[in-house]
Design a protein around this ligand. Sequence first.
Ligand SMILES: Cc1ncc(COP(=O)(O)O)c(C=O)c1O
Length: 353
Amino acid sequence: MREIQVDLSKIQANYRQLKALVAPSEVMAVVKANAYGHGMHEVAQALEDISVDALGVADLEEAIALRAAGIKSRIMCWILSTEDDFEMAAEQQIELGISNLAVLESALAAGVKQIHIKVDTGLGRAGFPRSDWEQVFTKLSGMSIGLFSHLANTSEEDDRKQEQEFLAAVELAEKSGVKISQRHLAATAGALSYPSMRYDMVRVGIGLYGLNPWDDREFGEYGLQPAMRAVARVVNIKRVPAGQGVSYGYRYRTDKETTLALVPFGYSEGMPRIAVGAKVLIAGRQFEISGRVAMDQFVVDVGDHQIALGSEVVIFGDPAIGEPSADQLGASAGTINYEIVTRIGGRAKRVYL
Ligand SMILES: Cc1ncc(COP(=O)(O)O)c(C=O)c1O
């Protein structure tokens, strides 16, 4: 009745394409948040099968779950709390991206081998502020660490300022006697836009899944393909007269006699409730969602088109073959493709192609 179809071969192809685009830099494949909704274990295994350089997740729990599932590749995580099990991180050879002194001390005490220091170069989120850099690098003098930061993707000018800050951190670390084994700054948008910011490694998430990291720029030129399709089947069809209100609050009312198709995919599956007017593909034609999305379902006015019960409805997929995109669905709900793919699921089965 409803499925999230994930084509792992497209994720593998996207990884290879990204590797070629940023060579000779390494590529960390970011599989946090259930691989942006694509399934963390399945995606990690598919990438390990093609010798991924490294995997990136947010939490230590995600990293440990990957090791428990038998993943042997390098794994790094970067949202850490002082309550995390750093002995386990050391034992499981998980690399830690560290943003504060309390976590740094716990990780060193637990014998974590590979540490990456995150410096805040302007995003104002995680990362050591500049005022801490000297103290941190002095503490790590003589050690070999990774050094990284994350861009705000605000404007080229702001990104370049962040790069200057990043270079200042590299210089200060080296002056303090720290050996930097890997420098990494760019995620998908930065990796594609700025060759100078690829350094030793890039950390790509959204691009790996074939999705556009920008909401104001085209993405077709990079040869990356969306790996996820959300589909459902029409479960009800009925003719209604003009003036029929549709769904809660009557955000839509028919202006003539017409046919309404019911699609069992609601906000409980992650479909945004406010995506009124988003387009879906039924029988080769795009139609708008009519009225509010409900918990389990939405309605599509298909006019006088002959739509059969059981017809496939593509909620989003690959725009290159005429399907609506996750970007368009995001835009119709005032959000971005990242949020669409990570929230999609609920009762919809994930099926791997
Ligand atoms: C530190 C860090 N690096 C890399 C990424 C991947 O970003 P993107 O999906 O834009 O490639 C993220 C995602 O939010 C992140 O938090």
